[in-house]
Design a protein around this ligand. Structure first.
Ligand SMILES: [Zn+2]
Length: 241
C-alpha cells in the first residue's frame, strides 16, 4: 500500500476510535458528515497541493533525495546535534502541517528521515526522549508532534522511547518573535526530568525544529541534573545551517 494511502487510513482509523463511545445513529451521522467534508474539502498534499492525499509520492521522492547537512553546533548541555535539513521548502511545509494542521500521519515520513539521519551518526543511544509539550498545549493539539516523531525513530531503531522521562512543568510563551536571549529566559526551569528513567543513560532528544537550541538546551539541563551520561539532539529541520 503506498504511504499516502496508509496515512489516510491511519487518520480514518483514529476517527473511528474517537467514535467508539457514541450511539449508532450518531456514529452514522458523523460518518456521513466526514464523508461529505472529504468531498467538499478533499485532503491536499501539504508539499504541492495535489488532491486526495496529505503527502504525495512525488514530494516523498523529492525530500528523501535531499542531502543531509553535517552536524549542527550544539547549544549548552548538548553533546552533539544533527538536523536533517534546513527549515525551508517541502520539509518546512511538512513540519508546519504536522504541528499546526492536525496531520499526525506525517510523523511517519518525517520519522523515516530522522532515522536515516541518526543512522549516519556514530552515537550510542540508550533512550529516546521527545521534547515535551505542556499539558495545556497537548490538550489543544491532541498530540505531541515530537513524541510521534520520537516513537517512529524508536521503532525503526529498536531503542526505547521514554516520553515520561521529561515533563514541561511551566507553560512557555511562543518563541516565534523572540531573540536568542529572550528564548533562553523563556525556557529557564521549564522542564523537569524523571531521574529513575534517565540517570546514567545516553539520551537522544527529538524535536521538530531547531532554532536557537534554547528548548533542547533547557531539556538537557534538566536531564543533566539527573546524572545522564550525555544528551544528543536530533530534529527534522533547523532555522540555520
Ligand atoms: Zn505533493
Amino acid at each position: 500500500m503506498p504511504d499516502h494511502v496508509q496515512q489516510h487510513s491511519t487518520i480514518t482509523s483514529s476517527k473511528a476510535r474517537s467514535m467508539a463511545g457514541l450511539s449508532k445513529p450518531r456514529q452514522a451521522l458523523i460518518k456521513i458528515l466526514n464523508f461529505s467534508m472529504d468531498l467538499i474539502f478533499p485532503p491536499r498534499c501539504v508539499g504541492c497541493g495535489r488532491i486526495d492525499t496529505y503527502w504525495c509520492d512525488a514530494c516523498e521522492i523529492e525530500t528523501v533525495s535531499l542531502d543531509f547537512p553535517g552536524l549542527h553546533s550544539p547549544a549548552a548541555g548538548l553533546k552533539k546535534v544533527a538536523v536533517t535539513a534546513k527549515h525551508e521548502g517541502k520539509l518546512r511545509e511538512a513540519v508546519q502541517a504536522l504541528k499546526y494542521q492536525n496531520t499526525p500521519a506525517l510523523a511517519k515520513t518525517l520519522g523515516e528521515r530522522l532515522t536515516a539521519c541518526l543512522q549516519r551518526q556514530d552515537w550510542t543511544i540508550d533512550i529516546i526522549i521527545p521534547v515535551p509539550l505542556h499539558t495545556t498545549r497537548l490538550k489543544e493539539r491532541g498530540y505531541n508532534q515530537s513524541e510521534l516523531l520520537a516513537q517512529n525513530v524508536a521503532l525503526n531503531m529498536g531503542i526505547p522511547c521514554r516520553p515520561e522521562a521529561l515533563q514541561r512543568i511551566r507553560q512557555t510563551q511562543s518563541q516565534v518573535t523572540m531573540t536568542a536571549a529572550e528564548r533562553v529566559t523563556n525556557m529557564q526551569d521549564a522542564f523537569s526530568a524523571n531521574c529513575s528513567l534517565s540517570t546514567g543513560k545516553q539520551v537522544l532528544l527529538i524535536d521538530d525544529v531547531y532554532t536557537t537550541g534554547s528548548t533542547m538546551s533547557a531539556c538537557a539541563t534538566a536531564l543533566l541534573t539527573c546524572g545522564v551520561q550525555a544528551v544528543y539532539g536530533l530534529t527534522v529541520t533547523a532555522a540555520r545551517i
